[in-house]
Design a protein around this ligand. Sequence first.
Ligand SMILES: Nc1ncnc2c1ncn2[C@@H]1O[C@H](COP(=O)(O)OP(=O)(O)OP(=O)(O)O)[C@@H](O)[C@H]1O
Ligand SMILES: [Mg+2]
Length: 344
Amino acid sequence: MLELSNISKSFGSARVLDGVNLLIPPGSRTAIVGPSGSGKTTLLRLIAGFERPDSGQIMMRGRALFAGDQFVPAHQRKIGFVPQEGALFPHLRVGENIAWGLSGSRHEKRARVEALMAMVSLDSKLAQRWPHEISGGQQQRVALARALAQQPSLMLLDEPFSALDTGLRVATRKATADLLTQAGVASILVTHDQKEALSFASQIAVIRHGRFAQIGSPFEVYSQPADEETALFLGDALILSADVAQGKARCQLGDIPVDNASISGVRRIMLRPEQISVEPCDSAAGLPQAHIVDIDFVGYLSTLTLAFAHTDEHITVQTVTRPGWLPGMKVNIQINGCARVFAL
Ligand SMILES: Nc1ncnc2c1ncn2[C@@H]1O[C@H](COP(=O)(O)OP(=O)(O)OP(=O)(O)O)[C@@H](O)[C@H]1O
Ligand SMILES: [Mg+2]
């Protein structure tokens, strides 16, 4: 559907994108995640055609959108773009914003606008309002409806749900994902919300300093992150130093199997919280023992700080809260599955 090869872009002397490659399969959903300033919006603007790469190539369905001297302007790309700040036309009413670029009779346009507003859960009464008379979350949904109206073959979404509260955000994200899938429209979503990325996407691309640190399925990038930074970006993780040999990591938590038997030496390993169970101490169980130093209670989850007898290094583990836990209590730790061992 879309292929970016070796795309670079600088603003002045600052290199914002540095040799980016990305493949977007037809009808797929890609989430781009990465810290602020890492080049996410810039990448979307290059794909949309609002900005020109310094080098590289952008192909869409076998046609060059950018290659050498070739540059297809934004309005000829059939790419929908919902920008980070919504960017509605302030001199047009909500309904006119959505209808912008639609063809057909007035009656047809009005029916189409109503259908689009329903799709993004907007009350059709808002069609007569001016953009400044609706909320930020409503503006984002108008921008989404306006982009959908163009029936694009690729949709670019730059944090389109950021102004919505949690409930509406989940509902709108799900509705948008279903809508795009039904229409067979491939999409690229930029988000800061790691849960949103994992649930929306079929492919996740982790960007850092203008390069992709990792691209893979949500499960892959979550359970086999390329490095520590990526691991922490996608969720809570316990990262430890360990002595790795013959498929096992020796660390404070005992001997844990690792996911890559060919790696050995002193390495960093990672476990996700769901792999770690903390149980009341049973000295007959033969499991590693620790005692609770501190408990940070945040509802159904608690973060435990644990200390071990033979080292003074503490670890923190997020786990489901149990009544009766107290500082000083002895516990056993059980590990499920393999630890991820990072390459150097
Ligand atoms: N037109 C421009 N001129 C100069 N510098 C720019 C321009 N556009 C972006 N930049 C710079 O490029 C870098 C990447 O910006 P970009 O907007 O792509 O980041 P981002 O990943 O979208 O960040 P955020 O998560 O905060 O939206 C930033 O350092 C930014 O200041
Ligand atoms: Mg941005």
